[in-house]
Design a protein around this ligand. Structure first.
Ligand code: 5AD
Ligand code: SF4
Length: 435
């Protein structure tokens, strides 16, 4: 039996797809295929964070139905599955089952049912041991929590992934040890609010927080690099930032979602912090880790955002000088608080587009300036790709600050080497290997 799977959305969805694949491979005998037309089972793991990907879903299902082989099943999984539930089967008769983001451990049973819909967001699979992945990789994803307790006014995730539950420490450590034994050198810890780890478990659990989890994980011999995403600015206490700074296994890159620089908008978004708080945390971090790579998410044109509010966001962009910016135009999502406001305060499309373009233009300039400052610096790079052809030999990987680095030498994949940066081309840093 052959499985074709398409994954949209965030790293959490990528990990969910890995779990789906390993369950189907180990327990149902499936093998993966990149060819739609030879698949017996076609899965799409969806995202619903903004409107567009959701619209794309139904044209995608139409495409699957047209090219699939006779008798092949189509399943819709993930966040749009949770958000729309049986609506999906109503809208598209080609769909055989719908499996929500909080229910993916049920994949091996749902594939045998017809027109089943499993989307409950109360379902708790935080202690479910998924089958081991067949593929061994020097970089791996590892879930530390499921769901999200925050109620940001714009965000659909609490309605698709349910309340926040931390995964027990022993399960996380067991999984991490297994990964390292299989050759993993870098682990990316995943959760909606990673630095809120330990807030709630399904069963009694000794008191623990994210800093303690990082300390436990870094004791694992052979695990060279630890990354995590996403932390919440509100839970960035000094203890956590000190651990981030002084623990040599923790990569010095961090995603700190800003969303808006305006106090008024942050309040309306229910983010729980102010511009001052955010900048204070950044300052503390930069004092301790001067070369830290910072990425962020920003939403423009949230309802009620005036030009002055937007200028506050531009101000924060200039102060922090983010290395990576993910920016979006606000998109109203069902069930969310801001959706209930209807058209009140909504921003004209042209203005929203203008703001997004200005933000991105300014960020491009900042990125170029940041990149020039990299020349002469030495970074630890984990090699992810290499090539040796007659006219082209190179290796590339990510610095611990999460920048793409290219070296004109052939180095084995999975090696961690020191590279001195000597050139910037586009947004890629180029350098030479040093001791
Ligand atoms: N509209 C636009 N962007 C959104 N995001 C989340 N919800 C929305 C929405 N309704 C963005 C946030 C979040 C990222 C994953 O997606 O910036 O951090
Ligand atoms: Fe990930 Fe959020 Fe998209 Fe779900 S809705 S896949 S949690 S980005």
């Amino acid at each position: 039996m052959k499985l074709y799977i398409e994954t949209l959305g965030c790293a959490m969805n990528v990990r969910d797809s890995e779990h789906i694949i390993s369950e189907l491979q180990k327990k149902e005998g499936y093998t993966l295929t990149p060819n739609l037309h030879e698949a017996d089972l076609i899965l799409i793991n969806t995202c619903s964070v903004r409107e567009k990907p959701e619209q794309k879903l139904f044209s995608e299902i139409g495409h699957f139905a047209k090219y699939k082989k006779n008798g092949a099943k189509i399943g819709v999984c993930g966040c749009t599955a949770s958000a729309m539930g049986k609506e999906i089967i109503k809208k598209s008769p080609h769909v055989d089952f719908v499996l929500g983001a909080r229910n993916i451990s049920k994949i091996t049973s749902i594939i045998h049912k017809s027109k089943a819909v499993e989307v409950g967001i109360d379902y708790d699979d935080s202690t479910y041991m998924f089958a081991d992945s067949k593929k061994s990789n020097f970089k791996a994803l590892l879930n530390i929590s499921i769901g999200c307790d925050k109620k940001c006014a714009y965000c659909i995730v609490p309605f698709t992934r349910g309340k926040e539950i931390s995964i027990p420490l022993d399960l996380i450590l067991k999984e991490a040890h297994k990964l390292v034994q299989g050759g993993t050198k870098e682990i990316l810890l995943l959760g909606q609010n990673v630095n809120n780890y330990g807030i709630r478990f399904s069963n009694p659990h000794p008191k623990i927080d994210f800093t303690m989890l990082l300390q436990e994980l870094s004791k694992i011999d052979g695990l060279e690099r630890i990354r995590f995403t996403s932390p919440h600015p509100l839970h960035m206490d000094n203890t956590f930032l000190d651990e981030f700074a002084q623990n040599p296994k923790i990569c010095k890159s961090i995603h700190i979602p800003l969303q808006s620089g305006s106090d008024k908008i942050l309040k309306a978004m229910k983010r729980g912090y102010t511009q001052d708080w955010y900048l204070n945390r950044i300052e503390y971090l930069k004092q301790r880790v001067p070369n830290v790579g910072i990425s962020t998410d920003i939403i423009v044109a949230f309802p009620g955002e005036t030009n002055e509010d937007f200028e506050e966001t531009m101000k924060v962009l200039d102060k922090v000088r983010f290395d990576t910016l993910y920016s979006f135009i606000y998109s109203p999502r069902p069930n969310t608080l801001s959706h209930s406001w209807g058209n009140k305060g909504s921003i004209k499309k042209e203005i929203a587009k203008e703001r997004l373009a200005r933000l991105q233009e300014r960020h491009k300039v900042i990125l170029q300036e940041n990149s020039q400052n990299e020349i002469g610096k030495i970074h630890k790079v984990l090699i992810e790709n290499n090539r040796m052809l007659l006219n082209e030999t190179y290796s590339e990987g990510r610095s611990d600050t999460n920048r793409l680095v290219k070296i004109r030498e052939f180095i084995d994949i999975g090696e961690v080497i020191n590279v001195r940066i000597n050139e910037v081309i586009g947004s890629t840093l180029h350098g030479i290997m040093v001791q």
